[in-house]
Design a protein around this ligand. Structure first.
Ligand SMILES: *Cc1c(COP(=O)(O)O)cnc(C)c1O
Length: 421
């Protein structure tokens, strides 16, 4: 096979437009609905809710905003309205996914909450229900859980929900990566008391930016809409009783999102084909692709893999650099990512777990077998790395752009095979 540098970069995941988007953007322009009000926004809310099997959608500037409004509302519901300037979760512990994008956790901190990280399950790469149960043993008074689906390959979010209900806790489902995926036939985004999806530029469909809060509670939807537009009271002037935000989605962005929804299923089919080609291409390599949990159907957003431990060459990472020692028959994520980059293709490390992040080094982290305060302590206490640290060490995300051709992907596969030689 000819192995030259790709002339055009092969992306991890880039926006894929189809033309319908422009029609709705054009409509917004021609009718001068160029603000945060308009038909595109109404339609996005309707379609998003319908797609995710929830009653209400609130269109917002990004998925992080949806998570923020969700955790604030949950905080006020659980603990009452906080004094001005104090977060709704001030001083309260919140159980959070550990191996995820930090946008899952940031909103908890915006509201003064204290994230307690729950380890990852090896079988699903998502929050470990066993570790979550353990966490409730340690802290039965915790009343909020924020759980994300990883790379569009959900774990058993239905079990996470059951555990939350058993302990009287509210669930915020971060379905930003999982739009269109299902668990036991139910859409991701339908499990939380509050759910968030994202239309960020690299997600399975995109508005260039944007997000949506999903809920079955009309009070939540109304409150979120009010807070997202600076929390104006119903009065002839600007009247305010509580703090608000400028989080509303623009009707122009909503036009792009509205057009993209027509292609969600097509994008999922393309991503699935990419995943399956990797599975086939790597069947003789000592690697495992993202696990697919029984009774779930992923949206296949990002294909990822981990290298079997016996085939890992020596790799060391500190807070900003990575080194490895090349070895025949072995490789590591750093070597593969550097090799892909040298061919003009983009891969990524797995999300670095939150409990390994410097800003959270003093935070609690709960594994199946018990609690550990910080990564170093976990190693001292237990020896073996926790599941999240292990997947981070051995794993990477592969180029998963839905415009990558099968021929290009075949080259990517050969490049990666070469790293094992
Ligand atoms: C992308 C993402 C978000 C944030 O969405 P934005 O729209 O970029 O704010 C939140 N959580 C997870 C897991 C994500 O991947």
């Amino acid at each position: 096979m000819k192995m030259e540098k790709f002339e055009n970069r092969i992306w991890l995941a880039s926006p894929t437009m189809h033309g319908d988007e422009m029609k709705y953007v054009q409509q917004a322009y021609e009718t001068n609905w160029m603000s945060t009000v308009g038909e595109n926004i109404n339609e996005v809310e309707r379609i998003a809710a319908q797609k995710a099997q929830m009653q209400y959608g609130v269109a917002l500037s990004c998925g992080t905003a949806a998570l923020h409004l969700a955790v604030r509302h949950a905080g006020e519901t659980l603990y009452g309205k906080a004094p001005i300037g104090q977060g709704a979760l001030a001083g309260k512990r919140v159980f959070c996914s550990d191996m995820t994008f930090d946008a899952t956790v940031n909103p908890v901190v915006y509201e003064g909450g204290i994230p307690v990280f729950i380890d990852t399950e090896a079988e699903s790469w998502n929050m470990d229900p066993v570790a979550l149960e353990k966490a409730f043993e340690f802290y039965p008074d915790v009343k909020l859980v924020v759980s994300a689906e990883l790379y569009g390959f959900p774990g058993r979010m239905d079990l996470i929900k059951e555990i939350c209900q058993k302990h009287g806790a509210l669930l915020v489902e971060d379905a930003a990566e999982a739009m269109g995926a299902t668990v036991c036939g139910k859409q991701c985004g339908s499990f939380g008391d509050y759910s968030a999806i994202s239309y960020n530029g690299n997600k399975i469909i995109t508005g260039s930016a944007g997000g949506c809060l999903l809920t079955n509670d009309i009070e939540v939807a109304n409150k979120a809409r009010k807070w997202s537009t600076q929390a104006r009271e119903n009065a002839p002037w600007y009247q305010h009783e509580e703090v608000g935000y400028n989080y509303r989605m623009s009707n122009v962005i909503a036009g792009v999102v509205r057009g993209q929804y027509n292609y969600l299923e097509e994008h999922i089919a393309q991503k699935k084909a990419i995943y399956e080609r990797y599975c086939e291409g790597f069947k003789d390599l000592p690697v495992q692709m993202n696990p697919i949990v029984k009774d779930t159907e992923p949206n296949y957003w990002l294909s990822g893999m981990i290298i079997d431990r016996d085939y890992m060459c020596k790799q060391v990472r500190d807070d900003s650099t990575a080194l490895y020692i090349a070895e025949t028959g072995k490789t590591c994520p750093t070597e593969i990512l550097e090799t892909l980059a040298s061919y003009n293709a983009e891969g990524r490390p797995i999300w670095k777990p939150m409990h390994m992040q410097p800003m959270y080094r003093m935070h609690e982290f709960i594994t199946r077998s018990g609690s550990a305060r910080a990564k170093t302590n976990a190693y001292i206490a237990g020896g073996a790395p926790d599941v999240g640290a292990d997947i981070f060490e051995r794993g990477l995300c592969l180029p998963s752009d839905n415009k990558m051709t099968p021929e290009q992907q075949a080259i990517i596969i050969e490049i990666i095979k070469g790293c094992f030689q």
